[in-house]
Design a protein around this ligand. Structure first.
Ligand code: ADP
Ligand code: MG
Ligand code: ZN
Length: 602
């Protein structure tokens, strides 16, 4: 039945064509005697021809003979005129009718209709095709979203090493289990939770676990599904999705890769963003339209929260943001334990040891690692996974798309730990540096580790001494490497670049060099398009350039010496910090406080 409907236009077109052809065939041509040209000429000479209709197009003559037989004759090209002449010559009484245009009726009809028939047929065919599965078919039609059934089986126990995120999401689960209780108490619950972290850290897993724990429907969609070819579809999908979720509330809507829709409006060059903006606007409208009583919670995931439209992050929208970073050593061990379940691990396999050597690996990487090891075991027809299998699998995991992390050697780890400890210690000792909040040696992006420092209050003016101390902190990593290993590594590229930029600004913009004085040197350029200073156009001579370079060098060297001094003075603390980092990988404000307890800033 469905098929019949699909081909209906096609069938109608063919039926019409057949009818037309049949009609012309049956009404047009009656049987005639076919004569050769010679025979016809003989008939003319014998004066038997009564009527003759000369059809020039098809080079035929039809008509009636005296005895009533109807005839038809084909003649050769350009012979028509001669025929007419001979007909007239023979007997002026012959009814002659010359038809310049028409070929026989049914044939001409067929010929003129054929292209049309084909065209209509093809058109009908494409229409039915598109309705079948093409994009156009979805146009304006309500897409029915089905909740993801598998999510019901996922629980918080499946998520390892993300305790903080789980704690935060437990509240959401409580709410979904009994929204009325929250509504009665007038307790505000976040409408939206934004999970933010690199790929493979378990964002999707966490969202599903919330649904599984609360036992509510889980509507999952990717941001890129909203961004369609046709303007307006994305918005209508958003409307549909929310409508459906509300009907089955309490429910979770999960939007993966929300950055695909939620990108900063107005950003980007050129047109083509209408669709996304409409979709985003619709999303904002929907979020504003529901409250605790609706019982729908929106969870979104992204690894690019920096490009999200600020409107999405305002209170009442995604007002709960949970950062999910690559797990630390403890988390990695727990994740390995979760995924080792049901796999035949050999006796010698030490998950703790694997965890220690895989900083930067995400949950997905670790799962993949054990999987590959199991495959290797199967391939070699062994019955249990060995440590060597796991080590051999690391390469495969790393070779995966865009993986930068690798099995880290203990030596590298030690260097990175000292490097970061160096930054942090200098930052703590020098009084005008921002407070160090967190130090970690878990790689992220191209940084092998990082030290997070934040000012206690926002500052609008920076003193020269504060900038000099910041320079020292930037160089603290390199200084620690020199001090401890008597050796330097490439780990300080980024630090050196930032230090150089800062020192250059001090000399050429802030007038902080006594040698060069209060002058602005060079023109900032590149601001128009990128909103950032991208470089300098020089507007001074070579001798000044030499002085600028010398000044930058002097400022950086002075800061370097300060950093080295601080680290030498507090070498014992530096060692303690590095050890703590090697063990825990991340030190937070509290742990740093303990380590620094013996040191009062200068
Ligand atoms: P994301 O959505 O952050 O990119 P996923 O949730 O899709 O990551 O994770 C992919 C897979 O990796 C999960 O299905 C799970 O098997 C594994 N995984 C990731 N993080 C964890 C974790 N914290 N605990 C256990 N397994 C994890
Ligand atoms: Mg995901
Ligand atoms: Zn550094």
């Amino acid at each position: 039945m469905k098929n019949l409907q699909k081909y209906a236009p096609f069938v109608v077109v063919i039926a019409v064509a057949v009818a037309v052809i049949a009609w012309t065939v049956f009404t047009g041509d009656e049987p005639r005697d076919e004569l050769t040209l010679d025979q016809f000429q003989a008939e003319i000479e014998a004066d038997h021809v009564v009527t003759a209709e000369i059809l020039e197009k098809s080079r035929r003559v039809t008509g009636e003979l005296q005895d009533g037989t109807r005839y038809k004759v084909e003649y050769i090209k350009d012979f028509g005129d001669e025929l007419v002449v001979s007909l007239i010559d023979a007997d002026p009484a012959i009814e002659i009718d010359v038809d310049h245009e028409s070929t026989p009726r049914w044939e001409s009809l067929l010929y003129s209709m054929l292209p049309l028939v084909i065209l209509i047929g093809a058109f009908g065919f494409f229409i039915t095709q598109m309705q079948g599965g093409g994009k156009m078919g979805k146009f304006g039609k309500a897409t029915a979203y089905q909740p993801d059934k598998d999510a019901a089986a996922v629980t918080f126990a499946d998520v390892a090493g993300a305790d903080e995120a789980v704690e935060e999401l437990r509240e959401i689960k409580d709410f979904l289990e009994d929204p009325n209780r929250f509504a009665e108490l007038g307790a505000a619950i976040p409408k939206g939770v934004l999970l933010f972290g690199p790929p493979g850290t378990g964002k999707t897993l966490l969202a599903r676990a919330v649904a599984g724990e609360a036992g509510v429907p889980f509507y999952s969609i990717s941001g890129s599904d909203f961004v369609e070819m046709y303007v307006g579809i994305g918005a209508s999908r958003v409307r549909n999705l929310f409508k459906q979720a509300k009907e089955t509330a309490p429910a979770i809507i999960f939007i993966d890769e929300i950055d695909a829709v939620g990108r900063h409006r107005g950003a980007g060059v050129g047109g083509g963003h209408d669709e996304r903006e409409q979709t985003l606007n619709q999303l904002l409208v929907e979020m504003d339209g529901f409250d605790a009583a609706t019982g729908v919670i929106l969870i979104a995931a992204t690894n690019r929260s920096d490009i999200l439209d600020p409107a999405l992050l305002r209170p009442g929208r995604f007002d709960r943001q949970i950062v999910i970073d690559a797990p630390d050593v403890k988390g990695r061990k727990q994740i390995l334990e979760v995924h080792a379940k049901g796999k035949p691990l050999g006796g010698g396999v030490d998950l703790e040891r694997i965890a220690q050597r895989t900083p930067g690996f995400t949950g997905a990487d670790l799962q993949n690692l054990l999987n590959e090891a199991a495959l290797l075991t199967v391939r070699e027809r062994r019955t249990s996974i060995t440590t060597a299998d796991i080590a051999n699998s690391v390469d495969r995991v790393i070779a995966g798309p865009e993986r930068k992390s690798r099995l880290m050697s203990d030596e590298d780890k030690r260097v990175i730990a000292y490097h970061e400890a160096g930054h942090a210690l200098v930052g703590h000792v020098l009084p005008e540096c921002d407070r160090v909040h967190k130090v970690t040696i878990i790689p992220r992006g191209k940084a092998l580790g990082w030290t997070m420092a934040l000012p206690d209050q926002e500052r609008f003016l920076h003193t020269k001494s504060a900038l000099e101390q910041r320079l020292s902190m930037l160089l603290g990593g390199r200084a620690a490497e020199e001090l401890v290993f008597n050796q330097v590594t490439t780990g300080a590229v980024d630090d050196i670049e930032r230090a150089t930029d800062l020192a250059r600004s001090m000399v050429t913009e802030f007038g902080m060099s006594e040698l060069l004085g209060l002058r602005k040197l060079g023109q900032r350029s590149g601001e128009v398009f990128l909103g950032k200073s991208m470089g300098h156009d020089r507007d001074y001579g070579d001798d000044i350039a030499e002085q600028v370079d010398a000044e930058i060098g002097r400022i950086i060297e002075a800061a370097h010496i300060v950093a080295a001094d601080v680290l030498t003075t507090h070498r014992d603390t530096l060692d303690m910090m590095a050890d703590a980092l090697i063990e825990h990988e991340t030190l937070d404000l509290e742990e740093l406080g303990e380590l620094f307890s013996g040191i009062t800033p200068l």
